[in-house]
Design a protein around this ligand. Structure first.
Ligand SMILES: NC(=O)c1ccc[n+]([C@@H]2O[C@H](COP(=O)([O-])OP(=O)(O)OC[C@H]3O[C@@H](n4cnc5c(N)ncnc54)[C@H](OP(=O)(O)O)[C@@H]3O)[C@@H](O)[C@H]2O)c1
Length: 251
């Protein structure tokens, strides 16, 4: 008998930790991934004690090229059947591209895009073969329109949204649920000025698992922003508004 687990990347803080908490409270065994081994081990021990589930900590830097294959190997070596993959780990970079650090941008793309794509591609086939399982990819409201001063970050999230929606279509009828969840500004170590709580986003993620569409935006106000900036307003106008807001340190 193989044990069924949920894998949550970026699970040591913020939205990932809140998702892990809710999954553990629902009785799911967990594999937690992040770079900081101490924080991860502590979180794993706490969740296991509190909810009586098995929690494994796998410290990994997802910006390194072989991290996804190392994680897949660690899972298979421990005979873990992945029922749910939550690709939540993400990094942001604020400021104009002109002042940006190319190495930092590469690393951001490696985590937000490459690791997410590779982990999904490594773990999805077994789910499809079994006829059940789920992949949740955490995008952002920034996925729905280009964002001056968050250009690289928003572009990676547009990738996450596009990739996930296409994969949703490819996996229709397989029994595997694929969905992108887009939070807006959420109070976490990544975003001290966020207004929504990480737990509210985690609740949306769990609801999205029992839904059927390819993409979910967290919260009504964020859904309105996505509608306005992503669909209704002309792109030139949303870019001008975005540039002003972000130059003033907003959003
Ligand atoms: N907060 C917001 O306002 C907001 C809005 C929209 C979307 N999101 C998205 O939500 C997700 C979670 O964000 P958050 O706000 O919860 O961020 P956070 O609090 O900064 O947490 C990020 C998590 O990812 C891990 N991580 C970062 N770099 C990593 C790497 N190279 N390898 C492995 N793990 C790594 C961090 O742990 P270590 O540092 O120990 O590695 C941490 O566990 C991200 O995808 C983010 O883009 C956030």
């Amino acid at each position: 008998m193989r044990a069924k687990f949920a894998v949550v990347t970026g699970a040591s803080t913020g939205i990932g930790a809140a998702i892990a908490e809710r999954l553990a409270a629902g009785g799911a065994h967990l594999v937690l991934v992040a770079r900081g081994a101490d924080a991860l081990e502590e979180e794993a021990a706490r969740l296991s004690r509190r909810h009586g589930v098995t929690v494994r900590a796998v410290p990994l830097d997802l910006a390194t090229a072989d991290a996804p294959t190392r994680l897949a190997k660690a899972l298979s070596d421990q005979d873990i059947e992945v029922e749910l993959l939550v690709n939540n780990a993400g990094v942001s970079a604020r400021g104009p591209v002109l002042d940006g650090d190319p190495a930092r941008f590469r690393s951001l793309v490696d985590v937000n895009v490459s690791a997410l794509t590779e982990l999904t591609t490594l773990l999805l086939p077994a789910m499809v073969a079994r006829g059940h399982g789920a992949v949740v990819n955490i995008a952002s409201t920034g996925a729905y329109a280009p964002a001056p001063h968050l250009a690289v970050y928003a572009a990676t999230k547009a990738y996450v949204l596009s990739f996930t929606q296409a994969l949703w279509a490819e996996t229709r009828g397989t029994g595997v649920r694929v969905v992108a969840v887009s939070p807006g500004p959420t109070k976490t170590p990544m975003n001290a000025r966020g207004t929504r709580s990480a737990d509210a986003v985690a609740a949306t993620v769990l609801r999205a698992l029992s839904g059927s569409g390819p993409a979910v935006v967290d919260g009504r106000a964020n859904a309105l922003v996505v509608f306005l900036f992503g669909r209704l307003l002309p792109r030139r106008l949303t870019l001008a508004i975005g540039r002003r807001l972000m130059a003033r340190g907003g959003a």
